[in-house]
Write a protein that binds this ligand. Structure first.
Ligand code: PLP
Length: 393
């Protein structure tokens, strides 16, 4: 062919993290098929959808089968019933988000990846280690990225102190994947103040907000000034087990504007041009997840995973191993013992006790020497993994 391609795709680093894990596990299993491997590397939920969600989706399926209640294309930005449910969710955190500021979508991944469509060429700041989508989507757009180191010294919660830039796009994720670290109000306030004073935009990924315990911000809009500088992207994936159902939302506050243009106008244009909405059945399920009864059921799922997190964290506490996460996040980010690199520790766990986790180096340079364990497994697998790890840590 003679067409020109987007050459920025050739600048992407090969994403070999999960394929390399799969390769090493498959090679180990092939050599020793008797040994049962326990996986704590999984970033996907394992429990089924809650009864309220299923009931609502079944009702919606029945509606789709009747002429009077059949639904065609959904509204581009979400049905009113779901916009109201999301707005009420924010109200429960003491924040006032209008239904006109919410854009329902098919996943936080889509939104954090697509947001570059409405942004020009700006300095981009991304914490390292990081959920890879922020970085890759900026490389695809030809943007140059500056990494902000997250490390043991700053508790994996870097601040803007010492950063000298204007008009930047800053990606923050709290509770964080992969580190499980969570910003408190003061920590987020620093970022919001920095963004407002430098005319920057924060893209705030709150996909794990349902896992927060105690007095920590669930949404960036609990921070004063955030409406002037932040887009928030959140999801039903980890709150309600919707990873295979697909429903999320972005909040683009009315106040956000640059050069006299409202960001919400551009995002509305982008979404209505390139996206045709989330299915009615799915939105009814999402609405049910935010009903009183449905939310209680979803919190039951979250609590199950967080009990797994407590079981894993207790082991690390007993062994005196440094880690972040596991309290207000389903991820536990541990330092590899004995100065091992992430992949050396991965191999040791696989070869000696057949436990699989995720090497931190796969999430960025600052992840080297760290290892991510997740609480999304079954209780039995988690208990089994911990008893095996107990022997070698
Ligand atoms: N944001 C973060 C930080 C994640 O870890 C994930 C999934 O692992 C996503 C977004 C994707 O969410 P969704 O399933 O809504 O696309």
């Amino acid at each position: 062919m003679k067409i020109k391609l987007n050459t920025h795709y050739s600048e992407l680093k090969k994403n070999y993290l999960f394929s390399e894990i799969a390769r090493r596990v498959a090679a180990y299993s092939a050599a020793d098929p008797q040994k049962k491997i326990v996986r704590l590397g999984i970033g996907d939920v394992t429990l089924p959808l809650s009864p309220c969600v299923i009931k609502a989706m079944e009702k919606a399926v029945a509606e789709m089968g009747k002429k009077e209640t059949f639904q065609g294309y959904p509204p581009s930005f979400g049905y009113d019933f779901l916009l109201k449910a999301i707005s009420n969710h924010y109200a429960a955190y003491g924040t006032d988000i209008g239904t006109d500021e919410i854009f329902v979508s098919d996943g936080a991944k889509s939104d954090v990846g697509n947001i570059t469509d409405i942004l020009g060429s700006n300095p981009v700041l991304i914490t390292d280690p990081v959920y890879p989508v922020y970085y890759d989507s900026n490389v695809m757009s030809g943007n140059s990225v500056t990494f902000i180191p997250a490390n043991r010294e700053n508790g994996f919660l870097p601040s803007p102190r010492g950063i000298d830039t204007n008009g930047a796009v800053i990606y923050l994720c709290s509770p964080n994947n992969p580190t499980g670290a969570v910003y408190d109000k003061a920590g987020l306030q620093e970022w919001v103040d920095f963004a407002v004073s430098t005319g920057s935009l924060i893209v705030f990924d709150s996909a794990y907000e349902a896992y927060i315990k105690g007095d920590l911000p669930h949404t960036i809009y609990q921070i004063e000034g955030a409406r002037k500088c932040a887009i928030e992207i959140c999801s039903f994936s980890k709150t309600a087990g919707f990873t295979g159902v697909r429903c999320s939302w972005a909040v683009v506050p009315r106040e956000l504007e640059s050069g006299g243009v409202k960001l919400a106008e551009y995002w509305a244009r982008r979404q209505s041009t390139k996206f045709n909405g989330v299915p009615y059945i799915v939105q009814r399920g999402a609405e049910a997840a935010f009903s009183k009864e449905g939310y209680a059921e979803c919190m039951g799922l979250v609590e199950y995973y967080m009990e797994n997190a407590r079981i894993i964290s207790a082991l690390l506490d007993r062994k005196g191993i440094y880690y972040t996460g596991g309290v207000s996040a389903p991820y536990i980010w541990m330092q590899c013992p004995n100065g091992l690199s992430s992949w050396e520790f991965f191999d040791e766990l696989l070869n000696t006790v057949q436990v699989v986790g995720t090497p931190g180096a796969g999430f960025g340079a600052n992840g080297e020497g760290f290892f991510r364990l997740t609480s999304f497994g079954t209780r039995d697998d988690t208990v089994e993994a911990v008893s095996r790890l107990e022997k070698i840590l």
